[in-house]
Design a binder for this molecule. Structure first.
Ligand SMILES: [Zn+2]
Length: 501
Protein backbone atom coordinates (compact mmCIF):
# COMPACT_ATOMS: atom_id res chain seq x y z
CA UNK A 1 0.00 0.00 0.00
CA UNK A 2 1.27 3.48 -0.85
CA UNK A 3 1.50 6.46 1.47
CA UNK A 4 -1.59 8.70 1.68
CA UNK A 5 -1.61 11.63 -0.73
CA UNK A 6 -0.99 15.23 0.31
CA UNK A 7 -0.15 18.56 -1.29
CA UNK A 8 2.59 21.06 -0.59
CA UNK A 9 3.29 24.47 -2.06
CA UNK A 10 6.35 24.50 -4.28
CA UNK A 11 8.12 27.89 -4.49
CA UNK A 12 9.69 26.82 -7.79
CA UNK A 13 6.35 26.30 -9.58
CA UNK A 14 4.44 28.72 -7.32
CA UNK A 15 1.60 26.28 -6.80
CA UNK A 16 0.43 23.45 -4.59
CA UNK A 17 1.50 20.07 -5.90
CA UNK A 18 0.79 16.48 -4.92
CA UNK A 19 3.86 15.22 -3.10
CA UNK A 20 5.64 12.39 -4.90
CA UNK A 21 9.00 11.26 -3.52
CA UNK A 22 11.78 10.25 -5.90
CA UNK A 23 11.98 6.84 -4.19
CA UNK A 24 8.63 5.37 -3.06
CA UNK A 25 8.29 5.27 0.73
CA UNK A 26 11.37 7.44 1.33
CA UNK A 27 11.78 11.19 1.71
CA UNK A 28 15.02 13.15 1.56
CA UNK A 29 14.80 16.64 3.04
CA UNK A 30 17.33 19.42 3.60
CA UNK A 31 16.58 22.51 5.69
CA UNK A 32 19.09 25.35 6.02
CA UNK A 33 20.22 25.62 9.62
CA UNK A 34 21.43 28.48 11.79
CA UNK A 35 24.60 30.49 11.68
CA UNK A 36 25.64 29.81 15.24
CA UNK A 37 27.01 33.05 16.75
CA UNK A 38 24.23 34.09 19.12
CA UNK A 39 21.03 32.83 20.73
CA UNK A 40 18.37 31.91 18.19
CA UNK A 41 15.35 34.17 17.82
CA UNK A 42 11.66 33.61 17.23
CA UNK A 43 12.18 33.67 13.44
CA UNK A 44 14.38 30.58 13.80
CA UNK A 45 11.77 28.97 16.03
CA UNK A 46 9.25 29.43 13.26
CA UNK A 47 11.37 27.78 10.54
CA UNK A 48 12.31 24.75 12.58
CA UNK A 49 8.86 24.22 14.12
CA UNK A 50 7.33 24.41 10.61
CA UNK A 51 9.73 21.79 9.25
CA UNK A 52 9.46 19.67 12.39
CA UNK A 53 5.71 19.49 11.75
CA UNK A 54 6.44 18.36 8.20
CA UNK A 55 9.01 15.82 9.44
CA UNK A 56 6.57 14.35 11.95
CA UNK A 57 3.70 14.36 9.45
CA UNK A 58 5.79 12.52 6.83
CA UNK A 59 6.67 9.89 9.42
CA UNK A 60 3.00 9.62 10.38
CA UNK A 61 2.21 8.95 6.71
CA UNK A 62 4.65 6.04 6.86
CA UNK A 63 7.65 7.60 5.12
CA UNK A 64 11.20 6.87 6.09
CA UNK A 65 12.63 10.41 6.24
CA UNK A 66 16.26 11.42 5.89
CA UNK A 67 16.20 14.94 7.35
CA UNK A 68 19.38 17.04 7.19
CA UNK A 69 19.73 20.39 8.96
CA UNK A 70 23.17 22.01 8.94
CA UNK A 71 25.09 24.29 11.28
CA UNK A 72 26.97 27.16 9.70
CA UNK A 73 30.05 27.35 11.89
CA UNK A 74 32.33 29.24 9.47
CA UNK A 75 31.01 32.69 8.57
CA UNK A 76 31.75 36.45 8.69
CA UNK A 77 29.31 37.03 11.56
CA UNK A 78 30.87 34.28 13.67
CA UNK A 79 34.39 35.55 13.03
CA UNK A 80 33.39 39.14 13.87
CA UNK A 81 31.66 38.15 17.12
CA UNK A 82 34.49 35.80 18.12
CA UNK A 83 37.06 38.59 17.59
CA UNK A 84 34.94 40.94 19.74
CA UNK A 85 34.84 38.36 22.51
CA UNK A 86 38.44 37.21 22.07
CA UNK A 87 37.16 33.67 21.53
CA UNK A 88 38.07 31.05 18.94
CA UNK A 89 35.39 31.23 16.17
CA UNK A 90 34.83 27.47 16.10
CA UNK A 91 34.44 27.27 19.88
CA UNK A 92 32.00 30.21 19.82
CA UNK A 93 29.86 28.53 17.18
CA UNK A 94 30.06 25.18 18.94
CA UNK A 95 28.78 26.88 22.12
CA UNK A 96 25.82 28.50 20.32
CA UNK A 97 25.08 25.30 18.38
CA UNK A 98 24.53 23.62 21.76
CA UNK A 99 22.28 26.48 22.90
CA UNK A 100 20.31 26.10 19.67
CA UNK A 101 19.83 22.38 20.29
CA UNK A 102 18.54 23.17 23.80
CA UNK A 103 16.01 25.58 22.27
CA UNK A 104 14.96 22.94 19.75
CA UNK A 105 14.47 20.35 22.51
CA UNK A 106 12.39 22.83 24.52
CA UNK A 107 10.22 23.47 21.45
CA UNK A 108 9.83 19.70 21.02
CA UNK A 109 11.48 19.69 17.59
CA UNK A 110 12.75 16.19 16.86
CA UNK A 111 16.49 15.87 16.13
CA UNK A 112 17.09 15.61 12.36
CA UNK A 113 18.77 12.50 10.95
CA UNK A 114 21.98 14.45 10.29
CA UNK A 115 23.21 17.80 11.64
CA UNK A 116 26.42 18.45 9.69
CA UNK A 117 28.78 21.34 10.39
CA UNK A 118 30.64 23.22 7.66
CA UNK A 119 34.03 22.83 9.37
CA UNK A 120 33.68 19.02 9.16
CA UNK A 121 32.95 19.05 5.41
CA UNK A 122 35.78 21.04 3.83
CA UNK A 123 36.69 18.11 1.56
CA UNK A 124 33.19 17.87 0.08
CA UNK A 125 33.04 21.66 -0.31
CA UNK A 126 36.43 21.89 -2.07
CA UNK A 127 35.58 18.94 -4.33
CA UNK A 128 32.38 20.65 -5.42
CA UNK A 129 34.13 23.98 -6.09
CA UNK A 130 36.77 22.14 -8.16
CA UNK A 131 34.00 20.47 -10.15
CA UNK A 132 32.26 23.80 -10.82
CA UNK A 133 35.55 25.31 -12.03
CA UNK A 134 36.14 22.23 -14.17
CA UNK A 135 32.68 22.61 -15.72
CA UNK A 136 33.46 26.22 -16.65
CA UNK A 137 31.07 27.95 -14.23
CA UNK A 138 33.59 29.50 -11.83
CA UNK A 139 36.87 31.40 -12.02
CA UNK A 140 39.80 32.05 -9.70
CA UNK A 141 41.21 35.52 -8.91
CA UNK A 142 43.99 36.01 -6.33
CA UNK A 143 42.97 33.02 -4.22
CA UNK A 144 39.23 33.83 -4.39
CA UNK A 145 36.86 31.65 -6.40
CA UNK A 146 33.71 33.19 -7.92
CA UNK A 147 30.70 31.58 -9.47
CA UNK A 148 30.08 32.98 -12.94
CA UNK A 149 26.35 33.64 -13.29
CA UNK A 150 26.73 34.41 -17.01
CA UNK A 151 27.80 30.82 -17.58
CA UNK A 152 24.66 29.48 -15.91
CA UNK A 153 21.69 30.42 -18.13
CA UNK A 154 19.07 29.22 -15.62
CA UNK A 155 20.16 31.69 -12.92
CA UNK A 156 17.12 33.38 -11.32
CA UNK A 157 14.68 30.50 -11.89
CA UNK A 158 13.59 30.16 -8.24
CA UNK A 159 13.36 33.82 -7.25
CA UNK A 160 12.23 35.08 -10.63
CA UNK A 161 14.98 37.70 -10.52
CA UNK A 162 16.69 38.65 -13.72
CA UNK A 163 20.39 39.31 -13.84
CA UNK A 164 19.70 42.89 -14.97
CA UNK A 165 17.86 43.48 -11.65
CA UNK A 166 20.94 42.46 -9.74
CA UNK A 167 23.20 44.62 -11.83
CA UNK A 168 21.05 47.67 -10.99
CA UNK A 169 21.04 47.00 -7.26
CA UNK A 170 23.95 48.86 -5.66
CA UNK A 171 23.42 47.27 -2.22
CA UNK A 172 26.77 45.53 -2.17
CA UNK A 173 30.00 47.31 -2.95
CA UNK A 174 31.00 46.12 -6.40
CA UNK A 175 34.22 44.14 -6.58
CA UNK A 176 35.77 45.30 -9.85
CA UNK A 177 37.58 41.99 -10.24
CA UNK A 178 34.27 40.15 -10.76
CA UNK A 179 33.19 39.45 -14.34
CA UNK A 180 29.57 40.20 -13.42
CA UNK A 181 28.53 42.07 -10.23
CA UNK A 182 26.09 39.20 -9.52
CA UNK A 183 28.93 36.65 -9.35
CA UNK A 184 29.28 35.31 -5.81
CA UNK A 185 32.13 33.81 -3.80
CA UNK A 186 32.59 30.05 -3.57
CA UNK A 187 35.93 30.37 -1.79
CA UNK A 188 37.34 33.40 0.03
CA UNK A 189 41.11 33.76 0.39
CA UNK A 190 42.45 33.87 3.95
CA UNK A 191 42.58 37.23 5.73
CA UNK A 192 44.61 37.89 8.89
CA UNK A 193 42.81 36.84 12.07
CA UNK A 194 40.44 34.49 10.28
CA UNK A 195 40.26 30.69 10.38
CA UNK A 196 41.41 29.17 7.10
CA UNK A 197 41.82 25.83 5.37
CA UNK A 198 44.29 24.75 2.67
CA UNK A 199 42.89 24.48 -0.85
CA UNK A 200 44.10 24.24 -4.48
CA UNK A 201 43.44 28.02 -4.71
CA UNK A 202 45.40 28.85 -1.57
CA UNK A 203 44.36 29.01 2.09
CA UNK A 204 40.87 30.35 2.72
CA UNK A 205 37.33 29.45 3.68
CA UNK A 206 34.12 28.69 1.80
CA UNK A 207 31.51 31.28 0.85
CA UNK A 208 28.18 30.85 2.60
CA UNK A 209 26.10 29.24 -0.15
CA UNK A 210 28.39 26.39 -1.20
CA UNK A 211 28.11 24.55 2.14
CA UNK A 212 24.43 23.66 1.60
CA UNK A 213 25.04 22.43 -1.96
CA UNK A 214 27.96 20.29 -0.79
CA UNK A 215 26.30 18.87 2.35
CA UNK A 216 22.91 18.17 0.77
CA UNK A 217 24.68 16.30 -2.04
CA UNK A 218 26.81 14.41 0.47
CA UNK A 219 23.99 13.29 2.77
CA UNK A 220 21.09 13.02 0.31
CA UNK A 221 22.60 12.74 -3.23
CA UNK A 222 22.44 15.48 -5.90
CA UNK A 223 18.72 14.80 -6.46
CA UNK A 224 16.45 14.93 -3.43
CA UNK A 225 12.84 15.63 -2.50
CA UNK A 226 12.40 18.69 -0.30
CA UNK A 227 14.57 21.74 0.33
CA UNK A 228 13.30 24.14 2.95
CA UNK A 229 14.09 27.34 4.74
CA UNK A 230 12.78 30.79 5.59
CA UNK A 231 11.38 32.95 2.78
CA UNK A 232 14.36 35.32 3.17
CA UNK A 233 16.62 32.56 1.84
CA UNK A 234 14.95 32.33 -1.60
CA UNK A 235 17.35 35.00 -2.85
CA UNK A 236 20.28 34.91 -2.97
CA UNK A 237 20.97 31.78 -0.87
CA UNK A 238 18.72 29.20 -2.54
CA UNK A 239 19.11 30.72 -5.98
CA UNK A 240 22.87 30.38 -5.59
CA UNK A 241 22.54 26.86 -4.21
CA UNK A 242 20.65 25.78 -7.33
CA UNK A 243 23.26 27.40 -9.57
CA UNK A 244 26.16 25.71 -7.74
CA UNK A 245 24.56 22.28 -7.46
CA UNK A 246 23.46 22.20 -11.08
CA UNK A 247 26.79 23.58 -12.32
CA UNK A 248 28.62 20.85 -10.39
CA UNK A 249 26.34 17.97 -11.34
CA UNK A 250 23.82 17.63 -14.14
CA UNK A 251 21.63 15.24 -12.16
CA UNK A 252 21.17 17.81 -9.41
CA UNK A 253 17.49 18.37 -8.80
CA UNK A 254 15.23 19.34 -5.90
CA UNK A 255 11.58 18.33 -6.37
CA UNK A 256 9.99 20.77 -3.90
CA UNK A 257 11.25 24.08 -2.56
CA UNK A 258 9.39 25.03 0.61
CA UNK A 259 9.63 28.38 2.38
CA UNK A 260 7.97 29.66 5.53
CA UNK A 261 6.79 33.24 6.10
CA UNK A 262 8.25 35.94 8.32
CA UNK A 263 7.62 36.75 11.95
CA UNK A 264 6.65 40.35 12.57
CA UNK A 265 6.84 42.08 15.93
CA UNK A 266 3.71 44.07 16.79
CA UNK A 267 3.13 44.21 13.02
CA UNK A 268 6.57 45.67 12.29
CA UNK A 269 9.40 43.84 10.64
CA UNK A 270 11.52 42.15 13.29
CA UNK A 271 15.14 43.25 13.27
CA UNK A 272 18.04 43.71 15.61
CA UNK A 273 18.42 47.37 14.66
CA UNK A 274 14.79 48.16 15.54
CA UNK A 275 15.32 46.52 18.92
CA UNK A 276 12.10 44.49 18.54
CA UNK A 277 13.95 41.26 18.49
CA UNK A 278 13.20 38.38 20.83
CA UNK A 279 15.25 35.26 21.38
CA UNK A 280 13.58 31.91 22.05
CA UNK A 281 15.28 32.00 25.46
CA UNK A 282 13.76 35.40 26.34
CA UNK A 283 10.28 34.30 25.33
CA UNK A 284 10.62 30.99 27.21
CA UNK A 285 11.33 32.87 30.43
CA UNK A 286 7.79 34.27 30.32
CA UNK A 287 5.89 31.62 28.38
CA UNK A 288 6.04 27.85 28.24
CA UNK A 289 7.86 26.64 25.07
CA UNK A 290 4.76 24.63 24.14
CA UNK A 291 2.82 27.92 24.15
CA UNK A 292 5.39 29.35 21.73
CA UNK A 293 5.11 26.24 19.56
CA UNK A 294 1.30 26.31 19.46
CA UNK A 295 1.40 30.07 18.79
CA UNK A 296 3.61 29.49 15.74
CA UNK A 297 1.41 26.64 14.53
CA UNK A 298 -1.70 28.80 14.88
CA UNK A 299 -0.85 30.50 11.56
CA UNK A 300 -0.31 28.72 8.24
CA UNK A 301 3.45 28.33 7.78
CA UNK A 302 3.56 30.44 4.61
CA UNK A 303 1.66 33.42 6.06
CA UNK A 304 3.36 36.11 8.12
CA UNK A 305 2.87 35.63 11.84
CA UNK A 306 2.72 38.55 14.22
CA UNK A 307 4.39 38.07 17.57
CA UNK A 308 2.86 39.96 20.49
CA UNK A 309 2.36 39.24 24.17
CA UNK A 310 -1.41 39.09 23.57
CA UNK A 311 -0.96 36.28 21.05
CA UNK A 312 1.32 34.37 23.42
CA UNK A 313 -1.21 34.78 26.24
CA UNK A 314 -3.88 33.30 23.99
CA UNK A 315 -1.52 30.46 23.03
CA UNK A 316 -0.75 29.75 26.71
CA UNK A 317 -4.46 29.68 27.44
CA UNK A 318 -4.88 27.19 24.61
CA UNK A 319 -2.22 24.86 26.00
CA UNK A 320 -3.68 25.16 29.49
CA UNK A 321 -7.18 24.29 28.23
CA UNK A 322 -5.92 21.23 26.33
CA UNK A 323 -4.02 19.88 29.32
CA UNK A 324 -6.60 20.81 31.96
CA UNK A 325 -9.15 18.83 29.93
CA UNK A 326 -6.80 15.85 29.53
CA UNK A 327 -5.94 16.05 33.22
CA UNK A 328 -9.62 16.07 34.29
CA UNK A 329 -10.17 13.12 31.99
CA UNK A 330 -7.20 11.27 33.47
CA UNK A 331 -8.38 11.79 37.05
CA UNK A 332 -11.71 10.17 36.19
CA UNK A 333 -10.15 7.38 34.16
CA UNK A 334 -7.33 6.37 36.50
CA UNK A 335 -9.36 3.78 38.51
CA UNK A 336 -10.37 2.09 35.22
CA UNK A 337 -6.97 1.96 33.49
CA UNK A 338 -6.32 -1.66 34.41
CA UNK A 339 -9.90 -2.81 33.75
CA UNK A 340 -11.06 -4.70 30.71
CA UNK A 341 -12.67 -1.91 28.72
CA UNK A 342 -14.72 -2.59 25.63
CA UNK A 343 -14.51 -0.51 22.46
CA UNK A 344 -18.15 0.59 22.59
CA UNK A 345 -18.55 4.38 22.77
CA UNK A 346 -21.51 6.79 22.57
CA UNK A 347 -22.67 7.71 19.04
CA UNK A 348 -21.71 11.36 19.69
CA UNK A 349 -18.21 10.31 20.67
CA UNK A 350 -17.80 8.17 17.57
CA UNK A 351 -19.07 10.98 15.37
CA UNK A 352 -16.70 13.44 17.05
CA UNK A 353 -13.67 11.16 16.68
CA UNK A 354 -14.42 10.40 13.03
CA UNK A 355 -14.86 14.07 12.19
CA UNK A 356 -11.71 15.08 14.03
CA UNK A 357 -9.64 12.47 12.18
CA UNK A 358 -11.11 13.42 8.79
CA UNK A 359 -10.59 17.13 9.44
CA UNK A 360 -7.01 16.46 10.50
CA UNK A 361 -6.29 14.52 7.32
CA UNK A 362 -7.95 17.11 5.09
CA UNK A 363 -6.23 20.10 6.73
CA UNK A 364 -2.76 18.57 6.83
CA UNK A 365 -3.03 17.21 3.28
CA UNK A 366 -3.74 20.78 2.15
CA UNK A 367 -0.21 22.16 2.52
CA UNK A 368 -0.01 21.49 6.28
CA UNK A 369 -2.85 23.67 7.51
CA UNK A 370 -1.98 23.36 11.20
CA UNK A 371 -4.11 26.35 12.23
CA UNK A 372 -7.23 24.49 11.03
CA UNK A 373 -6.18 21.37 12.93
CA UNK A 374 -5.79 23.40 16.12
CA UNK A 375 -9.30 24.80 15.66
CA UNK A 376 -10.80 21.36 15.05
CA UNK A 377 -9.04 20.12 18.21
CA UNK A 378 -11.50 22.17 20.26
CA UNK A 379 -14.38 19.83 19.36
CA UNK A 380 -13.06 16.59 20.94
CA UNK A 381 -11.91 18.59 23.98
CA UNK A 382 -15.41 20.03 24.33
CA UNK A 383 -16.84 16.52 23.97
CA UNK A 384 -14.53 15.25 26.75
CA UNK A 385 -15.87 17.98 29.04
CA UNK A 386 -19.46 17.15 28.07
CA UNK A 387 -18.91 13.44 28.76
CA UNK A 388 -17.23 14.27 32.09
CA UNK A 389 -20.31 16.29 33.08
CA UNK A 390 -22.72 13.55 31.97
CA UNK A 391 -20.72 11.03 33.96
CA UNK A 392 -21.17 13.02 37.17
CA UNK A 393 -24.95 12.81 36.77
CA UNK A 394 -25.16 9.24 35.46
CA UNK A 395 -26.16 6.65 38.08
CA UNK A 396 -26.78 3.70 35.80
CA UNK A 397 -23.74 1.40 35.70
CA UNK A 398 -23.93 0.33 32.07
CA UNK A 399 -24.32 3.91 30.92
CA UNK A 400 -21.41 4.92 33.15
CA UNK A 401 -19.26 2.27 31.50
CA UNK A 402 -20.18 3.56 28.06
CA UNK A 403 -19.16 7.07 29.07
CA UNK A 404 -15.87 5.84 30.54
CA UNK A 405 -15.11 3.98 27.31
CA UNK A 406 -15.97 7.13 25.38
CA UNK A 407 -13.50 9.12 27.45
CA UNK A 408 -10.78 6.54 26.83
CA UNK A 409 -11.36 6.73 23.08
CA UNK A 410 -11.46 10.54 23.00
CA UNK A 411 -8.33 10.89 25.10
CA UNK A 412 -6.50 8.39 22.89
CA UNK A 413 -7.47 10.25 19.71
CA UNK A 414 -6.50 13.67 21.08
CA UNK A 415 -3.13 12.35 22.27
CA UNK A 416 -2.53 10.65 18.93
CA UNK A 417 -3.00 13.90 17.00
CA UNK A 418 -1.09 16.00 19.56
CA UNK A 419 1.82 13.63 19.14
CA UNK A 420 1.87 14.02 15.34
CA UNK A 421 1.86 17.80 15.80
CA UNK A 422 4.68 17.66 18.36
CA UNK A 423 2.36 19.12 21.01
CA UNK A 424 2.21 16.13 23.33
CA UNK A 425 3.89 17.14 26.58
CA UNK A 426 6.88 15.07 27.65
CA UNK A 427 5.95 15.57 31.31
CA UNK A 428 2.76 14.44 33.06
CA UNK A 429 -0.39 16.54 32.61
CA UNK A 430 -0.23 17.80 36.18
CA UNK A 431 3.45 18.72 35.84
CA UNK A 432 2.76 20.65 32.65
CA UNK A 433 -0.19 22.47 34.24
CA UNK A 434 2.05 23.43 37.14
CA UNK A 435 4.73 24.69 34.72
CA UNK A 436 2.09 26.82 32.97
CA UNK A 437 0.92 28.15 36.33
CA UNK A 438 4.51 28.97 37.32
CA UNK A 439 4.97 30.94 34.08
CA UNK A 440 1.70 32.81 34.75
CA UNK A 441 2.89 33.66 38.27
CA UNK A 442 6.18 34.91 36.81
CA UNK A 443 4.35 37.18 34.37
CA UNK A 444 2.13 38.46 37.18
CA UNK A 445 5.17 39.07 39.39
CA UNK A 446 3.57 37.03 42.19
CA UNK A 447 4.42 33.90 44.13
CA UNK A 448 1.89 31.12 44.62
CA UNK A 449 1.83 31.96 48.36
CA UNK A 450 0.87 35.53 47.58
CA UNK A 451 -1.99 34.34 45.38
CA UNK A 452 -3.19 31.92 48.09
CA UNK A 453 -3.04 34.75 50.60
CA UNK A 454 -5.19 36.90 48.33
CA UNK A 455 -7.65 34.02 48.00
CA UNK A 456 -7.82 33.77 51.79
CA UNK A 457 -8.43 37.49 52.15
CA UNK A 458 -11.18 37.27 49.55
CA UNK A 459 -12.81 34.34 51.38
CA UNK A 460 -12.79 36.37 54.60
CA UNK A 461 -14.35 39.33 52.78
CA UNK A 462 -17.00 37.05 51.31
CA UNK A 463 -17.78 35.58 54.71
CA UNK A 464 -18.29 39.12 55.94
CA UNK A 465 -20.42 39.82 52.88
CA UNK A 466 -17.96 42.53 51.78
CA UNK A 467 -18.66 41.95 48.09
CA UNK A 468 -16.87 45.14 47.08
CA UNK A 469 -13.56 43.97 48.50
CA UNK A 470 -14.04 40.41 47.27
CA UNK A 471 -14.63 41.69 43.75
CA UNK A 472 -11.69 44.05 43.93
CA UNK A 473 -9.30 41.23 44.83
CA UNK A 474 -10.62 39.03 42.03
CA UNK A 475 -10.35 41.85 39.46
CA UNK A 476 -6.85 42.87 40.53
CA UNK A 477 -5.61 39.30 40.12
CA UNK A 478 -7.44 38.85 36.84
CA UNK A 479 -5.73 41.95 35.43
CA UNK A 480 -2.44 40.18 36.08
CA UNK A 481 -3.52 36.95 34.39
CA UNK A 482 -4.52 35.04 37.53
CA UNK A 483 -8.11 33.81 37.37
CA UNK A 484 -10.06 32.77 40.49
CA UNK A 485 -12.71 30.07 40.33
CA UNK A 486 -15.18 29.26 43.08
CA UNK A 487 -15.73 25.51 43.26
CA UNK A 488 -17.57 23.41 45.90
CA UNK A 489 -14.25 22.79 47.71
CA UNK A 490 -13.43 26.50 47.93
CA UNK A 491 -11.61 28.91 45.61
CA UNK A 492 -8.90 27.78 43.23
CA UNK A 493 -6.81 29.72 40.71
CA UNK A 494 -5.61 29.14 37.19
CA UNK A 495 -3.93 31.30 34.54
CA UNK A 496 -6.33 33.50 32.56
CA UNK A 497 -6.03 36.11 29.82
CA UNK A 498 -4.98 39.35 31.56
CA UNK A 499 -7.60 42.12 31.57
CA UNK A 500 -10.34 39.55 31.27
CA UNK A 501 -13.09 40.63 33.67
ZN1 LIG B 1 21.42 26.71 3.06
Amino acid sequence: MGNPEFQIFNTMTKQKEVFKPKIPGKVSMYVCGVTAYDFSHIGHARVYVAFDVLYRYLQHLGYEVNYVRNFTDVDDKIIRRANELGEDPLSLSSRFSKEFLDDMAALQCLPPTHEPRVSDHMTQIKDMIAQIIHNGCAYVIDGDVYFSVDNFPDYGRLSGRKLEDNRAGGRVAVDSRKKNPADFALWKSAKPGEPSWESPWGPGRPGWHIECSAMSTHYLSPAFDIHGGGMDLIFPHHENEIAQSCAACQESNVSYWMHNGFVTENNEKMSKSLGNFFTIREISKLYHPLALRIFLMGTHYRSPVNHSSEMLEIASERVFYIYQTLHDCEVVLSPFREGNLKDRVTPDTQKCINKFRTDFQTSMADDLHTSEVLTSLLEPLKTINTVLNSLKKQKQQLQQQLLIQSLVALEKEVKFILNILGLLASSSYSELLQQLKDKALGRAGLTEDQVLQQIEERTLARNEKDWGKSDQIRKALSLKGIGLMDVPEGTIWRPCLPNQQ
